[in-house]
Design a protein around this ligand. Structure first.
Ligand code: FES
Length: 102
């Protein structure tokens, strides 16, 4: 059963940036975009590069290793070499705290 987990303070992530969040054995990526906060798996689906080292461009994350791209909100693979979509997770912000539903 999934539940809301407290991840970080909203202030911990600059707009148009992301952080790595380690929880339950896996890294996740939490993003602050112009459209709000989002969360995905922390590794690229191509060759497992850590997305926290990537670049946020609007609502897109660009992988640091081969510059594959994903839509941050949907996880959809947008640019080769990535072909497998990224898992995404619901996010909410309450009283300045970011919660992720895992
Ligand atoms: S590891 Fe991300 S594009 Fe290759």
């Amino acid at each position: 059963m999934s539940e809301w987990i407290e991840a970080c303070a909203a202030d911990d992530i600059d707009e148009e940036d992301l952080i790595r969040w380690d929880h339950d054995g896996g890294p996740f990526a939490i993003y602050h975009t112009e459209e709000g906060f989002f969360a995905t798996d922390g590794y690229c689906t191509h060759q497992q590069a850590p997305l926290a080292d990537g670049v946020v461009i609007g609502t897109v994350i660009e992988c640091p290793l081969h510059q594959g791209r994903f839509d941050i909100g949907t996880g959809k693979a947008l640019r080769a070499p990535v072909r497998i979509d990224l898992c995404t997770y619901p996010v909410k912000v309450e009283n300045g705290i970011v919660f992720v539903k895992i």
